[in-house]
Design a protein around this ligand. Structure first.
Ligand SMILES: *Cc1c(COP(=O)(O)O)cnc(C)c1O
Length: 234
């Protein structure tokens, strides 16, 4: 019961912060979907979150995500599963079987692998293009802004089992996130000119989701503010 109380309390606080940010920036509260990022936390936490009305959860690693998904589905709990982590091509087929949305699409080869995986699973997989605004760290996941259009083109023209849903970013570490979120919104506006249905803007985490909401985020991905600190090993 204690964990349930903790999650209920944290979740109420996060929902309140979302509502306040929406109000402050002239947006309706239902324009923003909360994705609770449950990585490193057990399936039992996911079950509690579902009871508390959470509809969307995020995971960043395979096979952890797949194992948790199976456990939760076997308990009869229906949620939307977002895969938000860096994804190796050789794991794409597995992830395409259980993820509802892959938010970390960042290269043509991964798009093609996910497309094959979705086809094999007999489903259509929604994908977001992950954009990286950090010019100081070349190791980060995501495509640079200038490569978004070309990757979108690959998805639309070569990947019939993928549905391009929009864009996602993780703000550069230790910098003001506002310029990145503003730039992501411009990229989204540009993308929706060619793919009108690609309206999702996934931006903002525990530290910066109010700023993301100010800049048009439709989905915020919140982990620690709901679930508490993750183990340092993760
Ligand atoms: C872990 C993670 C989050 C959530 O981060 P918190 O700081 O715990 O809110 C959001 N997005 C991605 C891609 C993540 O890996």
């Amino acid at each position: 019961m204690q964990r349930r109380d903790e999650l209920e309390h944290n979740l109420a606080a996060v929902r309140e912060r979302i509502a306040r940010a929406c109000e402050q920036h002239g947006r309706a509260a239902d324009e923003v979907t909360l994705i609770v990022v449950t990585k490193t936390h057990p399936a039992s936490d996911v079950a509690i979150l579902a009871e508390l009305g959470v509809t969307d959860v995020g995971e960043n690693r395979h096979p952890e995500a797949g194992d948790k998904h199976r456990e939760v589905v076997e308990a009869g709990i229906d949620l939307r599963w977002h895969f938000v982590g860096a994804l190796q091509t050789n794991k794409a087929g597995a992830v395409a079987r259980y993820a509802d949305v892959v938010q970390s699409l960042d290269r043509p080869k991964l798009a093609r692998a996910l497309d094959r995986g979705a086809q094999a699973a007999g489903r259509t997989l929604r994908c977001l293009i992950q954009v990286d605004f950090d010019t100081t760290d070349p190791g980060r996941a995501g495509v640079p802004p200038q490569d978004v259009a070309a990757l979108a083109e690959v998805v639309v023209t070569e990947c019939p089992h993928l549905e391009l849903g929009g864009v996602m970013t993780v703000a550069p570490l230790g910098q003001d996130p506002a310029p990145s979120f503003a730039h992501l919104r411009e990229i989204s506006t540009e993308l929706t000119r060619t793919v009108p249905s690609a309206t999702t803007i996934s931006a903002g985490m525990s530290e910066d989701f109010e700023t993301a909401i100010a800049h048009g985020a439709t989905h915020v991905r919140v982990g620690r503010s709901v679930l508490g600190q993750r183990s340092l090993l993760q």
